[in-house]
Design a protein around this ligand. Structure first.
Ligand SMILES: [Mg+2]
Length: 399
C-alpha cells in the first residue's frame, strides 16, 4: 500500500506568534531576535521578507534592508506553548508524528484514512483547525515519502497546500537543486559549475561523476532522493525537538575560561527549560562559530537522560577538547557564537520513581535544585538566581 505522509510547517512561526499576541504588529515588518550589534534574526514576518530580511541573517543587516521593522525579543516559552497546541492538533489524526522543530513535523496518516479521509483532506482539516483554534497559518505538503512532502510544503508558502500525486521523481525533476536535502550552498555552487541545475539533473547524472562532485558517502544518498526513493519511516521517537541556547557575542570569546563560562550560562538556561517542560535528554551538543564564520558542532551521548546544569555543563565542557581550538594554552581561536543543545528528549520520570538514596551530586539531586531555581526564576523574571561562576563577571558571560 502506498504511504501517505504529511509535512506541516507553520508560516514564519515566531513572528506570527508575535503578531497574534500583539495585533498592532499585524502586517508590519516584524523581526524576532536580539537587537544587539551582533544579534541574529530568529524569524522575519512576510512583510519584512519583502524587504529582503531573512531568518539567520545578522540583525544589523536585516534592519539596514528594512529600516521600519519592529524588532521583538524572542519569547521562547510562549512559542513552546503554541507549539504544544499545534502538535496536539497533529496527534488528533495519527500517533505517528515526528517533530523536526517547534513548528514543523512529519505525519504518517496512511492508517488514518479510513477514519478521516485521504491525506489531502487531513491536511485541510489540520490547517483549518490551526487557523480556527490558534489563529495561525501553516503550510502542508502531502506525498508518498518524507522528502517530497517536505519540499511540497515549502512550495506555496504561506498558507500553502501542495499534493504530490503519483510519480515523485517527475514532481521533483524540474525543481532547483538547491532544494535538495544534503546539498548546502557550497555543494550547490560546485554542482552548478559542473552544469547541474535541477533535481532531475541529479537523478539522471552519471553516479561516478556525482561521487566525484559530492563525495562517495553523500552522492548515492542524494541521487536516491532525487529519484524519489525515500523509504524512511516517520519515527515518532526520533530525537524530536531539542532544547538549546545559543548566543552571538558582541565581542569574540578568546579564552578557554571565557568559553567555559558561556557553556555554563547556556547549560543553566537549557536545564531550566528542560525542567519547565518536564523533559530530560541524553544527547549534549556544543556548537561554536568561529570569527571567520566556520561552524563546528560536537555531540556526545550520556548513559542516562539529564536535566540539570551540572551534568549538561560537564558534558559540554568535555566536548570542548574535541574542537580544534588551537592558539595557545589559554588563548583560543576567536569564537563569535556559542551554543549548547540537549536532544534525545524523554519525559522525566514522575517524582516517586526517583531513588531515595541518590548520591549527593547525582543528576536527580541536580534536577531538584534546578526545579527550585526554575521556580524562583519564573517568579522573578529570570533575574532571581545566578550561579556563582557567572557572578565573577557581573553575570554577563561575554568574555
Ligand atoms: Mg516554519
Amino acid at each position: 500500500m502506498e504511504r501517505e505522509i504529511l509535512h506541516v510547517d507553520m508560516d514564519a512561526f515566531f513572528a506570527s506568534v508575535e503578531e497574534l499576541d500583539d495585533p498592532s504588529l499585524r502586517g508590519r515588518p516584524v523581526l524576532v531576535g536580539g537587537a544587539s550589534r551582533r544579534g541574529v534574526v530568529a524569524a522575519a514576518s512576510y512583510a519584512a521578507r519583502r524587504f529582503g530580511a531573512r531568518s539567520a541573517m545578522p540583525m544589523a543587516e536585516a534592519i539596514r534592508r528594512c529600516p521600519d521593522a519592529v524588532v521583538v525579543a524572542p519569547r521562547r516559552e510562549r512559542y513552546a506553548e503554541v507549539s504544544a497546541a499545534v502538535f496536539a492538533i497533529f496527534r488528533r489524526y495519527t500517533p505517528l508524528v515526528e517533530g523536526l522543530s517547534f513548528d514543523e513535523a512529519f505525519l504518517d496518516v496512511t492508517a488514518s484514512r479510513s477514519l478521516f479521509g485521504d491525506g489531502t483532506s487531513i491536511a485541510r482539516r489540520i490547517k483549518a483547525e490551526i487557523r480556527g483554534e490558534i489563529g495561525l497559518t501553516a503550510s502542508a505538503g502531502v506525498a508518498p515519502c518524507k522528502f517530497a512532502a517536505k519540499i511540497a510544503s515549502d512550495l506555496e508558502k504561506p498558507d500553502g497546500l501542495v499534493v504530490v500525486e503519483g510519480d515523485v521523481a517527475a514532481f521533483l525533476a524540474p525543481l532547483a537543486l538547491e532544494r535538495m536535502w544534503g546539498v548546502g550552498p557550497k555543494a550547490a555552487a560546485r554542482l552548478r559549475a559542473a552544469g547541474f541545475a535541477t533535481i532531475g539533473d541529479l537523478a539522471r547524472a552519471d553516479s561516478r561523476r556525482l561521487e566525484q562532485l559530492m563525495g562517495e558517502s553523500w552522492a548515492p544518498h542524494v541521487q536516491g532522493l532525487a529519484r524519489g526513493l525515500d523509504e524512511r519511516p516517520v519515527d515518532p521517537d526520533r530525537e524530536a525537538v531539542s532544547i538549546g541556547a545559543e548566543e552571538t557575542y558582541d565581542r569574540d570569546v578568546v579564552t578557554r575560561r571565557g568559553l567555559e563560562l558561556c557553556l555554563l550560562d547556556h547549560a543553566g538556561r537549557v536545564a531550566q527549560r528542560l525542567v519547565h517542560e518536564g523533559l530530560a535528554g541524553d544527547v549534549v551538543v556544543v556548537k561554536l562559530k568561529y570569527a571567520d564564520f566556520t561552524l563546528r558542532t560536537r555531540r556526545t551521548t550520556l548513559p542516562d537522560p539529564v536535566a540539570d546544569t551540572d551534568s549538561i555543563y560537564g558534558a559540554a565542557r568535555a566536548l570542548l577538547s574535541r574542537f580544534d581550538l588551537a592558539a595557545s594554552r589559554d588563548a583560543v581561536r576567536p569564537v563569535r557564537l556559542v551554543g549548547v543543545t540537549v536532544a534525545g528528549l524523554v519525559a522525566e520520570p514522575a517524582e516517586g520513581t526517583l531513588s531515595l538514596f541518590a548520591e549527593e551530586r547525582s543528576p536527580e539531586r541536580g534536577r531538584k535544585l534546578e526545579e527550585v531555581v526554575s521556580k524562583i526564576a519564573d517568579r522573578f523574571g529570570g533575574a532571581g538566581v545566578t550561579r556563582a561562576a557567572l557572578l565573577e563577571r557581573g553575570g554577563n558571560p561575554r568574555r
